[in-house]
Design a protein around this ligand. Structure first.
Ligand SMILES: [Zn+2]
Length: 496
C-alpha cells in the first residue's frame, strides 16, 4: 500500500510547477483587490475625519494653550517679584508690615495644627517664589506636619463644667443653694488651675465635629485628628450657660456680652449695683487663655455650650414666655424679673443675645441643645419630648443657630451602652430634628466614644466639687486635684 503515497521525480516537478503558478495568480488577484479597495476608499471616504483623532487634536491644542498660559503667568509672577526686590526702587507687592502680619497669621494657624491653612496662606501670596522667608516657613510647617500622627478618635475624652463660681463667699454662704453649687460647680480659681495643668500636660481642645463628619443623609463618618507627639485632644463643654434667675446674687457672672473691641466678656453685678466687665466664667477665661496659648485650640476650635431655653440663653431672657408673659406659664422668678425690669424690651434682648452668639461662633465656640426644659427624655412621653424639642427649635435656635449636637440633661441618655437602633422612638425623633451627636455623662472611664452609622455618642466627665472630693483618682490623667482644689470650698462636699 506504500506505493499510493510515492511518485516519480517528474511527476513531483510537474506538480510543483503548477502550485507556483497558482500562487502567483492568487498574489496578483490580491494586489488588484487591494488597489480597488484603495480607489474606493479614496473616492468615498476622502472627506471623512475620524472623530477620535479630532478630539485628540483639540485636547492637545488646549493643553498646549494651558501650558503657554501657565508659563506666561509664571513669568508675570517672576516679573512682579523682580519689581518688588530690594533695591529695585519699585514698591514691593506686599509691604514689610503685610509680610510680618501674614507671617504671624500663618504661625498662628500652624500653632493651632492647621498646617495646610498656614502653607496655603503663604503660598498664595504674590512673589512667593522669590520670598525666601515664606519658603522657609512653609518648609518648617511641612516638616512639623509630617511628624504628626492621627489620634484614635475612640480614645478622645470629654470634660464638662457648669457656670463657674466667681465669688466663693456668695456661693458658699450656707443658703439652700450651697449644697448644689458645692456638688456640681467649679470655682474660677479651680478652673484656672485645671486649664494650666491640662495645657502643661499637652491637652488640646477639639470640636466634636473634628471627630466625625455628617453626610447630607445623616450618615456619620470618622474623621482624622492629626497632632504632634505628646498632644492629647479633648472636648470641652459647659452646661446650662443661662445664668438662671435662682443664681442671682450668689457670686456668678450675670451674662455674656460683646465689648466694643469685639471681645466676649462677662458682666458681674457688684454689691453696690455697679456692673463690672471681665473674665468671670468659662468662655472669656478660655478666650483669654487661648490668646496667650493658641496651641491649646485645635484649628481655633474651643468648647461647646449646652443650652436649655426656659429662662433664655447666655444671660438673655429670650424665651417665649418673656415675650408673651403668659400668666399661667410665668414662674415666681420671672414675675420678680419683670417687676425689677419694667422697661424690659424682648426684641432688644433677642438681638443682643444673637450678637453674642454670633461673636462666640466666630471665636471658635459651638452650641448644643441641652433640651429646652432640662428634661430627661425617657422619663417623658414622646409627645412631651417632641413639644420640648419644638420649643428649643423655635426659641433657642433663632438665637444660637442650628446645631446637630444634643447634650443630655441629668447625664441622661435615650439608650443603654448598645448602639442606638432605628426602633428607638426617642432616637428617631431626635434624628428627625437634625441631631447626630449625643453626649451623656460617664466618669467611670477616661473615654467612651461610640461611632454608629448615623450617630456619634460620647461620654463626658464632670470636673466639679463632687468628682474632685470623692474620686480625684478618676481624673488624675487630666490634672492633680490637690493643686486645683479651692480651699474655700466647704467640706465634706454633700453626698448625692
Ligand atoms: Zn444641665
Amino acid at each position: 500500500m506504500r506505493g499510493d503515497y510515492s511518485y516519480s521525480d517528474r511527476e513531483y516537478r510537474r506538480r510543483r510547477g503548477s502550485l507556483l503558478l497558482k500562487c502567483l495568480i492568487a498574489l496578483l488577484m490580491l494586489i488588484i483587490i487591494a488597489l480597488a479597495a484603495l480607489l474606493i476608499y479614496e473616492i468615498r471616504f476622502r472627506d471623512y475625519q475620524n472623530p477620535w483623532a479630532q478630539a485628540q487634536a483639540e485636547k492637545e491644542a488646549q493643553e498646549a494653550a494651558e501650558r503657554a498660559a501657565a508659563e506666561a503667568a509664571r513669568k508675570a509672577r517672576e516679573a512682579e517679584a523682580e519689581q518688588g526686590a530690594p533695591g529695585s526702587g519699585v514698591v514691593p507687592l506686599i509691604s514689610e508690615d503685610q509680610e510680618v502680619s501674614l507671617e504671624s497669621q500663618a504661625n498662628r494657624l500652624a500653632l493651632q495644627y492647621d498646617y495646610d491653612g498656614a502653607i496655603a496662606l503663604l503660598r498664595n501670596q504674590p512673589g512667593y517664589d522669590r520670598n525666601e522667608r515664606f519658603k522657609n516657613l512653609v518648609s518648617s510647617y511641612e516638616s512639623t506636619k509630617a511628624g504628626c500622627s492621627a489620634y484614635p478618635i475612640d480614645q478622645i475624652t470629654h470634660v464638662f463644667f457648669h457656670t463657674l463660681i466667681w465669688d466663693d463667699a456668695k456661693a458658699f454662704d450656707g443658703d439652700e443653694d450651697e449644697p448644689g453649687y458645692n456638688q456640681v460647680m467649679t470655682t474660677v480659681s479651680e478652673f484656672n488651675s485645671i486649664l494650666s495643668q491640662m495645657y502643661n500636660r499637652g491637652y488640646v481642645m477639639v470640636s466634636l465635629h473634628d471627630m466625625v463628619s455628617v453626610g447630607d443623609d445623616g450618615s456619620v463618618t470618622q474623621k482624622e485628628i492629626r497632632l504632634p507627639a505628646g498632644k492629647i485632644p479633648f472636648v470641652l463643654s459647659q452646661d446650662d450657660c443661662s445664668y438662671y434667675h435662682y443664681m442671682d446674687g450668689d457670686g456668678f457672672a450675670r451674662k455674656l456680652i460683646v465689648t466694643d473691641d469685639g471681645k466676649i466678656k462677662n458682666t458681674y453685678i457688684e454689691d453696690d449695683g455697679s456692673v463690672s466687665v471681665g473674665d468671670y466664667d468659662v468662655v472669656p477665661i478660655i478666650d483669654t487663655f487661648v490668646e496667650q496659648h493658641p496651641d491649646f485650640a485645635y484649628h481655633g476650635h474651643k468648647g461647646i455650650l449646652a443650652l436649655t431655653g426656659y429662662e433664655g440663653v447666655l444671660g438673655y431672657r429670650t424665651d417665649e414666655v418673656y415675650k408673651t408673659r403668659q400668666e399661667d406659664r410665668l414662674t415666681e422668678y420671672q414675675r420678680d424679673f419683670f417687676a425689677e425690669h419694667p422697661d424690659f424690651d424682648f426684641d432688644q434682648e433677642v438681638s443682643e443675645a444673637t450678637a453674642v452668639a454670633d461673636a462666640m461662633k466666630a471665636e471658635g465656640w459651638e452650641f448644643a441643645s441641652h433640651t429646652w426644659g432640662h428634661i430627661n427624655p425617657r422619663q417623658n412621653s414622646i409627645e412631651m419630648v417632641q413639644r420640648d424639642s419644638q420649643r428649643w427649635h423655635d426659641w433657642v435656635m433663632p438665637v444660637v443657630g442650628e446645631t446637630d449636637v444634643l447634650i443630655f440633661a441629668f447625664g441622661a441618655d435615650i439608650g443603654d451602652w448598645q448602639p442606638y437602633s432605628a426602633d428607638n422612638e426617642y432616637f428617631a425623633h431626635y434624628k428627625s430634628m437634625g441631631f447626630n451627636i449625643f453626649c451623656n455623662v460617664d466618669s467611670s472611664v477616661k473615654a467612651w466614644v461610640q461611632v454608629g452609622p448615623n450617630f456619634l455618642r460620647q461620654g463626658r466627665r464632670n470636673l466639679d466639687g463632687y468628682r474632685m472630693y470623692y474620686s480625684p483618682d478618676l481624673i488624675s490623667d487630666l490634672y492633680d486635684v490637690s493643686i486645683a482644689w479651692d480651699t474655700n470650698r466647704p467640706t465634706p462636699v454633700p453626698e448625692m
